[in-house]
Design a protein around this ligand. Structure first.
Ligand code: AMP
Ligand code: GLY
Length: 424
């Protein structure tokens, strides 16, 4: 089988490594992939949002199955375009990907179907939004409606910050047309849990839970990033919480999307906050998380391609999806300065023994060597019987890798470890 994976980050590297485990897979193409992914797949220089380019490549190369991993091509309708040519895909169609593509849509969906989330208001008129945030209780949360590279959420602790956020998103168009509308919502408190799930619109199978670490610096300080590390499972996701999530959030969301004529097939990601009033949805994503995938997929025991095809063919209910009882940790190594400006082009050395557990996010190949080419450069994942061991193995790996200006958080998993201790 010839498989094509659209995207080129750590998440795609983790997906590709997992797909390669299936002996039926003869070739994997990554569009565009990256210098590190090139060790596991054939990288093709076609951009992840180049829908005509991707479709043409798939047709010309007789691709048997396509995985569209990132949010932007999904929201733009890449799956629809591939399906039109008869290419089976993993990923939601455009009409379902809107669950991530528009926060206004997802908030209205949750309100209409009684799915727990923060109270909110939607504005398309900056004057009305400014009037509202001048009186809303603080802190208040201002979100751009559309995709914004994970940067479209501002938690405002003062009136100045709140009005500044509205002006920057709606008037200065910091995120372009993604800021034509905004959502202003209630500030929620509690531990955050990411739950990725497989769903074919009939059945939903949650994957092992995980915890991201979004801020750049230790102690959850510094700027928001795409994610600086993850652990799985998340100790705050107890069996009781899981049961409530299934009944109050997961199943109602799948049914709501069906009722709207927007059946979701693919990986539906629930960003949850476990508040004192129970679990609430912070956000939906229409795809695998990054770097959540780097801890969740290594724990998947069932063959990934088998699960993906069952989703596409709407027979997920017929197969068993198993996860290991082990724990996993992933530490992201980033370029100095990330998520603000950073330099690229530094040589990267990764010892051979780590090749299987390092997922490359931002590296290019130059004269046979790997050089840094992005903010998040790579993630070192480790699995073990305990979270503590998994973390120390991941950090041992980090110590063996070097590139100029490398930085990483030293406290990935600390909050989870403390919580796990308290639960004993
Ligand atoms: P999002 O891009 O929607 O996941 O938001 C990014 C981060 O902002 C989340 O992971 C939360 O840490 C935080 N956040 C978003 N919405 C809220 C909220 N209503 N209350 C508190 N924190 C929030
Ligand atoms: N790690 C957060 C995300 O993938 O959206």
């Amino acid at each position: 089988m010839k498989i094509m994976v659209v995207g080129g980050g750590g998440r795609e590297h983790a997906i590709i490594k997992k797909l390669k485990e299936n002996p039926e897979v003869s070739e994997i193409y990554a569009l565009p992939g990256n210098g590190g992914i090139a060790r596991d797949a054939v990288c093709v220089p076609i951009g992840a949002i180049d829908i005509p380019g991707v479709v043409k490549f798939a047709e010309e190369n007789r691709i048997d199955y396509a995985v569209v991993a990132p949010d932007d091509p999904l929201v733009l309708g890449m799956v629809d375009a591939l399906e039109e040519k008869g290419i089976p895909c993993f990923g939601p169609e455009k009409r379902a990907a809107i669950i991530e593509g528009s926060k206004a849509f997802s908030k209205e969906l949750m309100r209409k179907y009684g799915i727990p989330t923060a109270r909110y208001m939607i504005f398309d008129d900056p004057a009305k939004a400014l009037e509202y945030v001048n009186e809303a209780p603080l802190p208040t949360v201002v979100k751009a409606d559309g995709l914004a590279l994970g940067k479209g959420v501002i938690i405002a602790f003062s009136r100045e910050e709140a009005t500044g956020a509205v002006k920057s998103i709606m008037e200065d168009k910091a995120f372009g047309s993604s800021g034509d509308k905004i959502v202003v919502e209630e500030f929620l408190e509690g531990p955050e849990v990411s739950v990725l799930s497989f769903t074919d619109g009939k059945t939903i199978v949650p994957m092992v839970s995980s915890m991201d670490h979004k801020r750049a610096l230790d102690g959850d300080r510094g700027l928001n990033t795409g994610g600086m590390g993850t652990i799985a499972p998340n100790p705050f996701y107890t069996p009781e919480v899981a049961e409530r999530c299934m009944n109050e959030i997961f199943l109602p969301t799948v049914r709501a999307m069906n009722a709207e004529g927007r059946t979701f097939k693919g990986c539906l990601y629930f960003g949850l906050m476990i508040t004192k009033d129970g679990p609430k949805v912070i956000e939906y994503n229409c795809r695998f998380g990054d770097p959540e995938s780097q801890v969740v997929l290594p724990l998947l025991e069932t063959d990934l391609l088998t699960v993906m095809r069952a989703v596409t063919e709407e027979r997920l209910g017929e197969i068993e999806v198993k996860f290991s009882d082990k724990k996993a940790a992933c530490v992201i190594m980033a370029s100095g300065g990330y998520p603000a400006s950073y330099k690229k082009g530094f040589e990267l050395t990764i010892p051979e023994e780590l090749a299987e557990t390092v997922y490359i996010a931002g590296a290019a190949e130059k004269e046979g060597k790997l050089v840094t080419s992005g903010g998040r450069v790579l993630g070192v994942t480790a699995t073990a019987d305990t979270l503590k061991e998994a973390l120390s193995k991941a950090y041992e790996g980090v110590e063996k890798i070097s590139f100029e200006g490398a930085f990483w958080r030293k406290d990935i998993g600390r909050r989870a470890l403390n919580a796990a201790e308290e639960q004993k």
